[in-house]
Design a protein around this ligand. Structure first.
Ligand code: ADP
Ligand code: MG
Length: 338
């Protein structure tokens, strides 16, 4: 998606007031009636309709007249609100090039006034799975309106909370800087996605580090659930950073064993194919600690998870609750059920 942030400069106070009014209206309406926008925005000198037209022209809003005349935010509109808030907070001053396109996210560089470059991840839930999300609608019937705004915001908050908690426990993850709406700001990882790496100096060491991460996560009560060569970054010194956390689950999840084994299998498979590795005795000593493994050298979930120490308190500190986790698990990331 194109994100022309220059436009931010040309939007007036009134534009943002009306954009925010639509966002507020969307708490209770999928499409916000024009009169409601006007009432919430209550512009001093009127003119809400003209502003709406301008926002529509810039694709920050979508117009819908199927049931009644109304508007909803587009992703672009939501992007602008998040970016403006974070810029006002002094988190960054400018948006640069796009550095990643995920299935359900866009990643851009952002920079502070003094030139520090960070990464901005904009969550885009519903981009590939809107139908599936819609079918889960019943779960959220207590909300009169169910929208991707809410889901993307939840995914971002979850990612931020997990990144921060993992960082506090010494995991190699980006530094979680801030979060607003569907947008997470984190440090920029130096290096490349592991999938792009064709050769390693020390494949055994990197392998043990990476499998060690899956094990250590489980010891902290967590499973990454998408732990593969796309979500592992590696630098020139073969140091590893893991990214992409919105789908993580607890080791007490009813499918935990399956998710854990799948993460482990991804790593084994990649190293076998890409670096021609075989594993018989590799993993019973991971990162200096002994780990129960099966006959094929794969770490054994049940023996690791039984003594897990959970990170609930750290997660709650970022405002991510157990209830939020329940919603995310039930609605967003039940991929095997899709
Ligand atoms: P998705 O959930 O859509 O897969 P990711 O978090 O995996 O999104 O990010 C997609 C891509 O963006 C990554 O594969 C990586 O190339 C890049 N990326 C994400 N976060 C960072 C970061 N902090 N620093 C550098 N590159 C990043
Ligand atoms: Mg990813």
């Amino acid at each position: 998606m194109k994100l022309d942030v220059n436009m931010l400069r040309y939007l007036s106070k009134e534009d943002f007031r009306v954009l925010t009014a639509v966002e507020m209206g969307m708490r209770n309406h999928e499409i916000v009636p024009c009169e409601l926008v006007e009432r919430i925005a209550s512009l001093k000198h009127g003119g809400t309709y003209k502003v709406l037209k301008n926002l529509l022209k810039h694709k920050l809003l979508h117009h819908d007249s199927s049931k009644y005349d109304g508007f909803r935010l587009t992703y672009l509109g939501y992007d602008f609100l998040a970016i403006k808030t974070l810029v006002n907070r002094g988190v960054f001053a400018s948006v640069g090039r796009q550095i990643g396109v995920g299935k359900e996210s866009d990643i851009f560089e952002v920079a502070t006034e003094d030139g520090t470059v960070m990464a901005m991840k904009l969550h885009r839930l519903g981009r590939v799975s809107f139908r599936a999300v819609k079918s889960k609608r019943d779960y959220l019937k207590h909300r009169s309106s169910f929208s991707w705004l809410y889901l993307s915001r939840l995914a971002a908050l979850k990612e931020f909370a997990f990144m921060k908690a993992l960082e506090e426990h010494g995991f190699p993850v980006p530094n979680a800087v801030d979060c607003n709406r569907h947008c997470v700001i984190m440090s920029l990882v130096q290096g490349y996605p592991f999938v792009q790496v064709k050769q390693l100096q020390n494949p055994e060491v990197v392998f043990e580090t990476i499998i060690g991460l899956v094990v250590r996560l489980a010891e902290h009560g967590l499973i990454h659930c998408d732990f593969n060569e796309f979500n592992i970054m590696i630098d020139d010194d073969e140091r590893v950073t893991m990214i992409d956390f919105p789908q993580m689950v607890s080791v007490s999840h009813h499918n935990a064993q399956m998710y854990f084994d799948r993460d482990v299998e991804c790593v084994f498979k990649f190293f076998r194919k890409r670096f021609n590795m075989s594993f018989q005795e590799c993993t019973d000593d991971i990162d200096g600690t002994e780990v129960d493994t099966d006959a094929s050298g794969r770490p054994c979930f049940s023996s690791i998870a039984k003594d897990a120490v959970f990170l609930d308190k750290e997660l709650a500190a970022s405002g991510f609750t157990k209830k939020d986790q329940e919603v995310v698990e039930k609605v967003l990331y039940c991929r095997e059920a899709w």
